[in-house]
Design a protein around this ligand. Structure first.
Ligand code: NDP
Ligand code: MG
Length: 383
């Protein structure tokens, strides 16, 4: 029997690559539900190709257009209720979460409550509410399978090992578009400069996050929740080639790493097929062609947001949710060319300073502070 899959964010970078994986393994996977935002052209192609029983789009107006095109062949829902319908679709065995930002939080919790395994790309959900997501998954006996390449690497390295025998995690980072740029150059950087990622082709928000190193900061917090390690034992290494996707050191000082060409289909496929490994038709890693693998320490002065993320993670409570929401708002303003690149970090610092964190926040509290942080970020950034 094929594994039945629901996808949140099917028209995005991760969503489309997930459907590539599904298309190359028709006997293994079947698509039962898709949630998209507003890209109807791509969604229509996906409906024709994969024939899901249920789809959801961002608004009722868009939903009307899908109904006009497909009639009764597919059930169409919209908005937050639509995301929930896809996330909890009774036929689905596993839900792949690839929407951007805290928009994914509620549907992810609903999917877990409905007993679904989660293939998690939407890291912001774990950053904002790691305690709620991991608690609920443990109680419901659901797996959280990482799609993020670094976390997939760690997940593969610790497979069959004991958590207490892990000494530290070494998360690798490409360094993003401004890896070798001076602060003066970053101050002048345009939207296009920030979107020119050296190794990976991804959605706009995560590409900007890679340029500020916020992406690595979010991933440190994501790793904390996925693997249950304190922040002192999660380290970041700049590795410009993006071949070693992360490493784990054990108590005996033995270090395991997972390597591969930078291709998100590998971690996506592993999250879907776990614990099995399926054949792939993409090229093998050619280490002779790569030649050299290099590693260096992140530059904390040029990229202060990475330190900020560690600090927010260690503070815990509502602080990571606030940092994450402020970042979503600031990156959005940067992408709209309303603020400069270095204004992103200034905004985050300002918002964090204003926030008095609460411990063990409920979902409502997280969503409240998320809204507060977005408003505060916009106010500080645009004043
Ligand atoms: P994209 O921006 O490419 O895709 C976002 C998806 O969310 C699109 O399908 C978009 O739909 C959908 N969406 C937007 N608004 C809504 C809405 N209101 N309701 C439902 N769906 C909506 O993002 P990525 O694929 O790059 O990233 C997705 C997540 O995966 C992020 O959390 C990111 O951090 C994480 N990730 C991504 C990686 C990558 O390689 N891209 C690597 C590791 C993690 P539409 O386009 O139709 O409007
Ligand atoms: Mg990553």
């Amino acid at each position: 029997m094929p594994k039945k899959l629901a996808i949140l964010g099917s028209t995005g970078s991760i969503g489309t690559q997930t459907l590539d994986v599904v298309a190359s393994h028709p006997d293994e996977f079947e698509v039962v539900a898709l949630a998209a935002g507003a890209n109807l052209t791509r969604l229509f192609e996906q409906i024709e190709r994969f024939r899901p029983a249920l789809v959801s789009v961002a608004t009722p107006e868009l939903a009307a257009k899908v109904k006009e095109r497909f009639g009764k062949a597919v059930q169409v829902e919209a908005g937050q209720a639509g995301l929930q319908a896809v996330a909890t679709c009774p036929e689905a065995d596993i839900v792949l979460t690839a929407v951007v930002g805290t928009m994914g939080l509620r549907p992810t919790l609903e999917a877990i409550a409905a007993g679904k395994d989660i293939a998690l790309a939407n890291k912001e959900t774990l950053v904002a509410a790691g305690h709620l997501v991991t608690d609920l998954a443990a109680r419901r006996g659901c797996r959280i399978l990482p799609v993020d390449s670094e976390h997939s690497a760690i997940f593969q390295c610790v497979h069959g090992e004991q958590t207490k025998e892990v000494r530290r995690i070494l998360l690798t980072a490409s360094g993003g578009a401004f890896r070798d740029k001076k602060r003066e150059e970053m101050a002048r950087a345009t939207r296009e400069d920030a979107l020119a990622h050296p190794n990976w082709s991804m959605g706009a928000k995560i590409t900007v996050d890679s340029a500020t190193l916020m992406n690595k900061g979010l991933e440190v917090i994501e790793a904390h929740w996925l693997f249950g390690l304190p922040y002192e034992r999660i380290e970041v290494l700049i590795h410009p080639q993006s071949i070693v996707h992360s490493l784990v050191e054990f108590q005996d000082r033995s270090v395991l790493a997972q390597l591969g060409t930078p291709d998100m289909r590998v971690p996506i496929q592993y999250a879907l097929s776990y614990p099995r490994r399926l054949a792939a038709d993409w090229p093998s890693l050619d280490l002779l062609a790569v030649g050299t693998l290099t590693f260096r320490e992140p530059d904390w002065d040029r990229f202060p947001i990475l330190g900020l993320a560690y600090q927010a993670g260690k503070t815990g409570g509502s602080m990571p949710a606030v940092l994450n929401a402020a970042n979503e708002a600031a990156v959005d303003l940067f992408l709209q060319e309303k603020i400069g690149f270095l204004e992103i970090e200034k905004t985050l610092l300002g918002v964090i300073e204003q926030h008095d964190p609460v411990g063990n926040p409920s979902l409502d509290e997280i969503l409240f502070y998320d809204r507060w942080a977005r408003e505060m970020a916009r106010r500080l950034a645009l004043r």
